[in-house]
Design a protein around this ligand. Structure first.
Ligand code: C2E
Ligand code: MG
Ligand code: MG
Ligand code: MG
Length: 289
């Protein structure tokens, strides 16, 4: 019957939808309660000064430990959190936790470090963004210059004038600002002149083959030169090998972040890393030579 046929169609449609849609619904539901249930945790990845070999900063990276789904990587839930708006409370938790942690390490007498926090488009569009960051700085007592906001180029495409205005308000708080994944997005060089940013983070897709691919190498050398000329600091992301490190150092890159030095690690492990005084391999010999 037509009724039965319709029902079969529905079932067919439903089963095709099943995997992806059900997974989304499941994750969305779980995401809603994740903050209250304390299922989020931040890992920290060191940012190392290439001239001294020392840790000068860290990026806070969100991890979701779900009781049944296990460790859910950010790629599997940030997009959904963004679409549903859940990224706003989650991002607020990240900001508070990262700033409080950085301040706690300073209070414990560890060398003062910068903490980098990723901001999503949805957070960037919140009318109270500046006030909420100001409140977190006041609450935690973290010096504003120790907070580094990581922004992606995609945040600037919609309304450039409004983005510039917002960045100036953030800048007035005294925080630092970085362009994350630089080179992968809307790389209009004109915004680099008008935006009050401090750091370019070269996307790791450019770093992967710098030691072997002449084109990739040329791009990275150009980004470093661009940053230098604009008096911005430049950080290479995704450094995994000595060859990449040597290349970056030879071309005057300021800092590196990547598995070669350390993966993102839980706070306790990061603290051990700081206390151990570990520096980039070979730096001491290099400086003494
Ligand atoms: P991102 O901000 O570009 O962060 C760098 C990513 O590269 C991290 O992935 C880090 O673990 C990874 N990475 C670092 N060094 C290496 C390396 O040497 N090799 C390789 N293969 N990967 C490396 P992760 O932690 O999975 O985060 C992925 C993305 O999720 C981040 O990219 C960021 O866009 C987003 N994200 C993470 N935490 C947050 C957050 O708190 N808020 C928001 N809005 N987004 C976040
Ligand atoms: Mg980042
Ligand atoms: Mg990045
Ligand atoms: Mg990224």
């Amino acid at each position: 019957s037509a009724k039965k046929l319709g029902r079969n169609c529905w079932q067919f449609y439903q089963s095709a939808m099943n995997d992806e849609a059900q997974e989304r619904l499941r994750i969305e539901g779980a995401l809603r309660s994740a903050v209250e249930r304390n299922e989020f945790v931040l890992h920290y990845q060191p940012q190392v000064d290439l001239a001294t070999g020392r840790i000068v900063g860290m990026e806070a990276l969100l991890r979701w430990q779900h009781p049944e789904l296990g460790m859910v990587p950010p790629q599997r839930f940030i997009g959904l959190a963004e679409e549903t708006g859940l990224i706003v409370p989650i991002g607020a938790w990240v900001m508070r936790t990262a700033c409080a942690q950085a301040k706690a390490w300073q209070d414990a007498g560890l060398p003062p470090l910068r903490v980098a926090v990723n901001l999503s488009a949805r957070q960037f569009a919140q009318p109270d963004l500046v006030a909420s960051i100001e409140a977190v700085l006041a609450e935690t007592g973290l010096p504003p210059a120790c907070l580094d906001l990581e922004l992606t180029e995609s945040l600037f495409v919609d309304d450039v004038a409004q983005a510039v205005e917002l960045l100036h308000q953030l800048k007035a708080l005294g925080v630092k600002m970085s362009i994350d994944d630089f080179g992968t997005g809307y790389s209009s060089f004109s915004y680099l002149r008008t935006f009050p940013i401090d750091v370019l983070k070269i996307d790791r897709s450019f770093i992967a083959d710098i030691a072997s691919d002449a084109d990739e190498a040329a791009i990275v050398v150009s980004i470093i030169a661009l940053a230098r000329n604009l008096k911005l600091r430049v950080i290479a992301e995704g450094v995994e090998a000595q060859g990449q490190l040597d290349f970056l150092r030879a071309h005057g890159c300021d800092e590196m972040q990547g598995y070669y030095f350390s993966r993102p690690v839980p706070a306790g492990e990061f603290e051990q890393l700081l206390k151990s005084g570990r520096e980039l391999d070979g730096m001491q010999q290099l400086l003494r030579a």
